[in-house]
Design a protein around this ligand. Structure first.
Ligand SMILES: Cc1ncc(COP(=O)(O)O)c(C=O)c1O
Length: 358
């Protein structure tokens, strides 16, 4: 592992890199939050500075996603995994028909939660090397769940299904990395630690039109309605994580220039890396071209025996976090919003040198 004397290029799959300017802001503000004379981590969640922080961050989220005033953005704890459970509980009852697209690792976890809750689960489509092109969606399904970016498999939805069944999306690894029509969804959830912040907080977006579908849920802690009613202050919220999200949203708006610009930068990073992999005789990407993720580039070495050698050398050269997910092996490079074009160029240079030397 490099020390901070050397440049480190952070490609961790999450929690991952934060922009240098965001880290500098957090450092600068840590001892004195908005002239309160206190740190943001020392202030009661019922006090005005924190109530305002939550409200402002919700508002910025809505602006960046193009949501309307009546739509809800909740900041909850429990990560993406808690949402696998909460969404099923709030949108369906035991025995109800619920449809899921199985695109591998994380979508399977969501399916597992619905099965544990004894929903009548139907798999509307399956693919682990791409995105299924034909779905069989039941008319009476309470919702259709999909994972918009498959962090482990390296696949991403570029066109979402058109259906009258409410669409529920796990956007944990691509929220605000590209433009979407948020209003086309019945519900969106995304933990913060990949594209918009650090771990501890998960955003749940509930468009106004979806409010009436919410069922009364007990325990009430697991009810979206409770958290809407309490404006994400039903219990002590993850104040610091929400604060980091606000810093990230400011960065996205003011330094990047909004989500469309972010998408262009993300496209450029991914195109560069895939172009390098495709021309290489040592590296190979197993994902069908049209479904390749802009966020997580999954690839292998044609000579698998070289993987460990490459990973050791990567670590020694400051190329951090490129080991494939433990369920898949190989390599995975995560190109979340804060990763720069320069990070990607440095990685390509490193991989080129490795290939030339092998
Ligand atoms: C797409 C996706 N959904 C859900 C999860 C699980 O999230 P958490 O670890 O916050 O529970 C992950 C974790 O990486 C993920 O990539």
């Amino acid at each position: 592992m490099q020390t901070s004397e050397y440049p480190v290029h952070n490609f961790y799959a999450g929690p991952g890199k934060l922009p240098t300017s965001v880290l500098a802001r957090i450092g600068k503000e840590l001892h004195n939050y908005r002239s309160t004379g206190m740190s943001v981590v020392e202030i009661s969640h019922r006090a005005k500075p924190i109530v305002d922080l939550i409200e402002r961050t919700q508002q910025k989220f809505k602006e960046l996603l193009g949501l309307a005033a009546g739509d809800e953005v909740l900041f909850l704890q429990g990560g993406g995994s808690m949402q696998f459970i909460m969404l099923a509980m709030n949108l369906s009852e035991k025995g109800d028909s619920v449809d899921y697209v199985d695109t591998g690792y994380w979508s399977k976890k969501a399916i597992g939660a619905a099965l544990e809750l004894e929903r009548d689960v139907h798999i509307a489509g399956v693919s682990e090397t791409g995105i299924p092109k034909h779905l069989s969606i039941r008319e009476n399904a309470k919702y259709l769940h999909l994972c918009s970016n498959n962090t482990v498999m390296g696949t991403q939805w570029f066109q979402f299904p058109e259906t009258d069944v409410p669409l529920v999306a796990d956007m944990s690894s691509d929220i605000l990395s590209r433009s979407i029509q948020a209003n086309d969804f019945g519900l969106i959830y995304a933990h913060a630690q990949k594209t918009i912040g650090t771990s501890g907080v998960t955003a749940v977006i509930i468009p106004e039109k979806a409010r009436e579908q919410l069922l009364p849920v007990t325990p009430s802690f697991l009810s979206y309605a409770s958290h809407i009613e309490a404006a994400s202050n039903y219990h002590t919220p993850p104040v610091f994580s929400i604060y980091v999200v606000e810093c990230m949203l400011d960065w996205l708006r003011d330094e990047i220039g909004g989500v469309e610009n972010m998408e262009k930068i993300n496209q450029e990073k991914a195109e560069k890396l895939y172009a390098f992999i495709d021309q290489s005789s040592l590296f190979d990407c197993p994902v069908v071209k049209e479904d390749r993720s802009m966020m997580n580039v999954v690839f292998n070495l044609s000579d698998e025996g070289l993987t460990d050698k490459l990973l050791n050398r990567a670590d020694a050269n400051g190329m951090i976090g490129i080991k494939g997910h433990r369920s898949k092996g190989g390599l995975r490079v995560s190109l979340y919003n804060p990763v720069t074009v320069e990070d990607v160029e440095a990685l390509i240079q490193f991989l080129t040198d490795f290939e030339n030397a092998s």
